[in-house]
Design a protein around this ligand. Sequence first.
Ligand SMILES: [Ca+2]
Length: 263
Amino acid sequence: MSHHYIREVPTRFTLAKPRHRRSQTHSDEAYLEHGRACGHASFDPAPKVSLTNHVALRLHLLCSSPGRSLVFPQQTSSSFVELAPAQPLSLDAFTLCLKFATELTGEREVILFAYRTADFDELNVWRELDGRLSFYLSGQGVLFEVPELGPLENHVCFTWESLTGRATMYVNGKSSASKIYQRAHKVRPGGKVILGQDPDVFLGDFDAKQSFVGEIFAVNMWDSALHPHAVKEVFSGGVFSTPNVIDWATVTLLPTGNVVEFQ
Ligand SMILES: [Ca+2]
C-alpha cells in the first residue's frame, strides 16, 4: 500500500491544506515498495540518498508503464479483455476515465467499457451510432453531444453520483453540461468488467458490429465523483489520487482472442 503514498502526491498544483505531511520514512517505504512491485533485479533496498516524494513519483511513473495499452487490431465477436478491479463495483458514485483511438467511422456503435452482471448492463460506455458518447446504468442511457472525435487519441471521463443523479462527461479535460440521471440508483457488484465487446449475456453473445477496434488505455476508475478540477488534473497527466476501483497501472488484464497488450 505504500505505493499509494506516491500516487497521491500532488504534482501540478499545491493543496491549500496538505492532508497530512508525509515523513521521509513514508517516502523511503514507498520507494522500497516501488522497487519490489517493479521487480527491479538490481533494486537497492537501502538507498543512501533519501528520496523526495517528487523523485519517488517520477520513479513510479517509470515503473507503472505509462505506455501500457491494448490494441484490438480487427473487428471480431470474440476478442476481449477482462479486468480484475481492486474492489467489487458496488457503487453509488464513480468516475471512469479512459483513453482511446479508433479509425472506426460512420454509423457504427463502439463499446468502450462494459460492466455486466448476470441480468443487467450495470455500466456500459458507448460511442453511439450518431457519434455521441453515453453510458448506461441498467436501462436507458444518458447521452452527451460531442464534437467529432476523429481518429486520434481522446481522453474521456464520466462522473456520476446517486445522491443527486449528477452525470457529467469530460472530453480532453473539458466538461459537458451536467445531466440528471438515475438518481438513487446503485451499481451492483458481482459482474465482469470487459473491454472490446458488449456482452448481451454474462460474458457472451457479442456482436462484432459493436466491438472496439483500435487502441485503448489509461482505464481508471474511482468510487466517487471527482471534482472537475481533479478530472482536469487526471487529463493533464497529473496524479490526483489513486484510482481505487480500477488502477490502470496495476490492474490485472485477462485477454481472450486477438488483442495485444503493450507495456
Ligand atoms: Ca450487444
